[in-house]
Design a protein around this ligand. Structure first.
Ligand code: PMV
Length: 341
């Protein structure tokens, strides 16, 4: 019997992936860039048991049994097995796979990215495979390929039809910009009603803005974002991040029928951030939203305490739930110390 346990991080895109050119291989229509979050507060954890005594392969996610005949699961398993030494005695043994996320699943918080990255990494460990497994993680969930690396990561869309050049590469390691922080504002932790898979399929079929974005906007924006990250140029990084999030949600609106991921609270957060930055006379915070209403704010460590105080003031806790605030300990700032004009 073999047992492996792995953990994998969440990544939050600052240049968004939205749209596939190949649905089966999960090949994107544009490059994307993300930061991988620390494993400390949000991660997926997967344990795999491989044993000759198991009568079938089973997969549990957050305690619920999942179908193992899904195309994505089967694709990941098949591609991993292609790399395994065929003489490995336990290649034919069944697996018992148990995966858990310590944050809301399928709520637009990159749970599938962490989940599939973790599954593929754990499978690679069970079968003793080395090398870049990001293109295999990609076949589980596109954005999962970026969670294979830490730091700042680019998913190169690639050009080949077999997808061999569509993989993630690290732009800069996690040590590169140590002052960078992410605040995740959970607006709604319910499973989203419109999955990113069906949303992006309809966008590819119907949105003319999506085609314009992929052909004319993302290539240049990707270059500018890489330069901003390498130079630790927060102002440019923040502007590009917010513009890209807004354009992605504009594409969702340009999709027919439209897919709405942002809600009134998300829009209030967007307005608040622009108001705050304007009042400060400089860009202090950048927002980005994936396929859900929850906000991810990128900001520098020195500004975290004040921004949290402001968020608490504008969106006060509705109950005294002890888990209202989780994460790194931040020195608390009183509201009157927050200089909002
Ligand atoms: O990998 P998926 O199918 O969960 O799609 C992710 C899409 C976005 O989160 C909206 C953007 C991104 O690049 O992560």
């Amino acid at each position: 019997m073999k047992i492996v346990t792995a953990v994998a991080p969440v990544n939050i895109a600052v240049i968004k992936y939205w749209g596939k050119r190949d649905e089966t291989l999960i090949l994107p229509i544009n490059d994307s860039i993300s930061a991988t979050l620390s494993l400390e507060h949000m991660c997926a954890k997967t344990s795999i048991v491989c044993s000759p005594d198991l009568t079938e392969t089973k997969f549990w996610l957050n305690g619920e049994l999942q179908p193992t005949d899904s195309k994505r699961f089967q694709n990941c398993l098949r591609e991993i097995k292609k790399l395994v030494n065929p003489n490995l005695e336990y290649l034919s043994w069944n697996l018992s796979i148990c995966s858990e996320n310590n944050f809301p699943t399928a709520a637009g918080l990159a749970s599938s990215a962490a989940g599939y990255a973790c599954l593929v990494y754990a499978l690679a460990k069970i079968y003793e495979i080395n090398g870049n497994i990001s293109s295999i993680a990609r076949m589980g969930s596109g954005s999962a390929c970026r969670s294979i690396f830490g730091g700042w990561v680019r998913w190169q869309m690639g050009n080949t039809t077999d997808g061999s050049d569509s993989l993630a590469v690290q732009i800069a390691p996690e040590t590169h910009w140590p002052e960078m922080r992410v605040l995740v504002l959970v607006v709604n932790d319910k499973t989203k009603t419109y999955s990113s898979t069906s949303g992006m399929k309809t966008s590819v079929e119907t949105s003319t803005l999506l085609k314009h974005r992929a052909a004319n906007i993302v290539p240049q924006r990707t270059k500018e974002m890489i330069t901003a990250i390498k130079n630790k140029d927060y102002k440019t990084f923040a502007k590009l991040t917010m513009q890209d999030s807004n354009q992605f949600h504009a594409v969702c609106l340009d999709t027919y029928p439209p897919c709405f991921y942002l809600n009134d609270t998300s829009r209030a957060i967007i307005e608040l951030i622009h108001f705050y930055n304007q009042n400060k006379g400089e860009t202090k915070v950048a927002y980005t939203f994936d396929a859900g209403p929850n906000a991810c704010l990128y900001l520098l460590e020195k500004d975290v305490a004040e921004v949290i105080a402001m968020i608490n003031y504008v969106f006060p806790p509705t109950s005294l739930k002890s888990d209202y605030f989780k994460g790194d300990t931040v020195p608390s700032k009183k509201l009157d110390e927050v200089s909002l004009k």
